[in-house]
Design a protein around this ligand. Structure first.
Ligand code: UD1
Length: 424
C-alpha cells in the first residue's frame, strides 16, 4: 500500500474537469451482460472499480475492451462461466449486481458474497428477497449466493429502504426476463438510476419511472447494438467543489450536471461559499471562515452520504458548532478519528457528528479507511498547516480519475509513494 505526501496549507485555484460517473458506469457495464449485441459505453472513468467490473465480465468469458474512456462489450452465448469468484467480488460490492442478470440470461449463476468499502454493515438481503420475488430460487452456501430462475413472477417488489444497488440489480434482472411485468416500489431515485434506465431503454426494454420511487419494467431485450454516454460524476464534482471552498480557494468545476447536486449547493450557500451555478459548470469562491450548519444526510435528493466525510472536513474549521446526521450508513464515521489526529474537534452520538469548529488543522500522518474518507483526508491535508501523509491511499484510485493530476492543476501538489501503475 502506498501513501500521499502533502504540504499544506494550499488555497486551491483554477479549473478542473469532471470525469464520467463511476456509480453510473458500474451498473451499466453490468447490464451489458443482458445485451444480444455489441454495447459501446462512453465517458467511462479509468478507475480500479471499473477495471474490477471489466475483470468480472472477462472472467465469465465475455469479450471486453477499454480505452480512451470507451468500454466495448461483445456478448458471448457459449462457454459462459456463470461463477464469479470471491477474489473479484471482495474488491467491490457492486460486483454482486451481476448475479441476477447472469442467472436471468443463462438460467443460473453463482456469485461470492460481496466486500467493498468498510463503511459499516452492508448486507444484500434486499437484493436476495427481490430476486426471490422475481421467481429465482436463491441459496447461500460457503460464502456464495446461487440464483436459479425457476418461474418468472409478475408483481410488485417493495424495497424496505431505497437501496441504490438493489434497485439497479432488480431493474436489470427484470429487464432480462422476456415478458415479465414488475413494479419496484420505494425505489432509490439517484441520477445513476435514471442513467441505467436510459441504457436499458436503448436495449429495447420497456421501463419507466426511474428518478421517482416507483419503477415499472416490462422485461425483454431486443437484438440491437447500442451506444451510451454515461452522466458526469456528481460525487467527484462535489468533492472538488468542497475542496476549493475548504481551502479558501477560487475555481471553476466543469463538465458536471449541476442539477444533480442541489442539496450540496443549498448547504454550501448556508456556509457562506460564493457559488455561480450554470447547467454544466460551477464557479466557487470562499473567503473568511465557514459558517456552521446542520446537514441531514439522506437518499437522493437529500445530501449524499458519499459527500459526508468531505463536508465534515470543511466544517472542522467553521466559526461554531455544526451537526451532521448520517441516515444512510449510520456507522460511516471512520474518517472522524483521523480528522481528530489533525486537530479537529468531533464527537459522535446516535449517528450524529457534532463538529466544533477549531482555528485550523495541523498536518499529521493519517490512514485512509475507505474511498470517500480518503478523499476527505486529502482535503484536510490541503487545509492543514504542515506536512501530512495519507496512508492506505489506494482507496482513492477506486473512485477519482487522475486525482494527482487534477489536484496538481489546482495547485494542490501531491507526492505519491507507491505502486506506479495507479497514477499512469
Ligand atoms: C451505492 C453507491 C455508494 C453510496 C450508496 C448510498 C454504487 C456503486 N455505490 O451503494 O457509493 O454510498 O449507494 O448512496 O453505486 N441495505 C440493506 N440491505 C440491502 C441493501 C442495502 O440493508 O440488501 C442498506 C445499506 O446497509 C444502507 C442502505 O440500505 O444502509 C443504502 O445502501 P445502498 O443504497 O444499497 O448502497 P449501495 O448500493 O451499496
Amino acid at each position: 500500500m502506498g501513501y500521499f505526501k502533502v504540504n499544506g496549507p494550499v488555497k486551491l485555484h483554477g479549473e478542473v474537469e469532471i470525469s464520467g460517473s463511476k456509480n453510473a458506469s458500474l451498473p451499466i457495464i453490468a447490464a451489458s451482460l443482458i445485451s444480444f449485441d455489441e454495447v459501446v459505453i462512453e465517458n467511462v472513468p479509468d478507475l480500479l472499480d471499473i477495471r474490477t467490473m471489466i475483470d468480472i465480465l472477462e472472467s465469465i468469458n465475455f469479450n471486453v475492451s477499454f480505452s480512451d474512456g470507451v468500454v466495448r462489450v461483445r456478448p458471448e452465448f457459449e462457454n459462459v462461466n456463470t461463477n464469479v469468484p470471491y477474489e473479484l467480488v471482495r474488491k467491490m460490492r457492486a460486483s454482486f449486481n451481476v448475479l441476477g442478470p447472469l442467472a436471468a440470461r443463462y438460467g443460473k449463476a453463482k456469485v461470492a458474497l460481496p466486500g467493498g468499502c468498510s463503511i459499516g454493515v452492508r448486507p444484500v438481503n434486499f437484493h436476495i428477497e427481490g430476486l426471490e420475488k422475481l421467481g429465482f430460487e436463491v441459496t447461500i452456501e460457503h460464502g456464495f449466493v446461487e440464483a436459479k430462475l425457476v418461474k418468472p413472477n409478475n408483481g410488485k417488489i417493495i424495497l424496505p429502504k431505497p437501496s441504490v444497488g438493489a434497485t439497479e440489480h432488480l431493474m436489470t434482472t427484470a429487464a432480462a426476463i422476456e415478458g415479465i411485468e414488475v413494479v419496484i416500489e420505494n425505489a432509490a431515485m439517484e441520477p445513476e438510476i435514471v442513467d441505467l434506465q436510459e441504457f436499458l431503454r436503448k436495449l429495447g426494454v420497456e421501463i419507466e419511472g426511474a428518478g421517482t420511487s416507483r419503477i415499472r419494467i416490462k422485461g425483454g431485450v431486443k437484438r440491437k447494438a447500442v451506444v451510451h454516454k454515461v452522466i458526469p460524476d456528481r460525487i467527484e464534482a462535489g468533492t472538488y467543489v468542497i475542496a476549493i471552498a475548504a481551502t479558501g480557494g477560487e475555481g471553476v468545476v466543469k463538465n458536471l450536471d449541476s442539477e444533480h447536486l442541489n442539496s450540496l449547493w443549498e448547504v454550501l450557500e448556508k456556509i457562506g461559499v460564493d457559488l455561480r451555478i450554470d447547467k454544466n459548470k460551477v464557479y466557487v469562491k470562499m473567503e473568511g471562515k465557514p459558517k456552521p450548519v446542520d446537514v441531514n444526510v439522506s437518499p437522493y435528493p437529500g445530501f449524499p452520504t458519499d459527500l459526508q466525510p468531505q463536508i465534515m472536513t470543511l466544517l472542522t474549521v467553521a466559526s461554531g458548532t455544526s451537526y451532521i446526521k448520517e441516515n444512510v450508513f449510520q456507522t460511516r464515521f471512520l474518517h472522524v478519528d483521523e480528522l481528530k489526529r489533525m486537530g479537529a474537534d468531533i464527537e459522535i452520538t446516535d449517528g450524529t457528528a457534532i463538529i466544533k469548529g477549531v482555528e485550523g488543522l495541523s498536518g499529521a500522518p493519517v490512514n485512509g479507511t475507505d474511498l470517500r474518507a480518503t478523499a476527505a483526508l486529502l482535503i484536510a491535508a490541503f487545509m492543514a498547516n504542515g506536512k501530512s501523509e495519507i496512508h492506505h491511499v489506494e482507496h482513492i484510485f477506486r473512485g477519482y480519475e487522475n486525482v494527482c493530476k487534477k489536484f496538481g492543476k489546482l495547485g494542490g501538489k501531491i507526492e505519491y509513494v507507491g505502486v506506479k501503475e495507479y497514477i499512469e
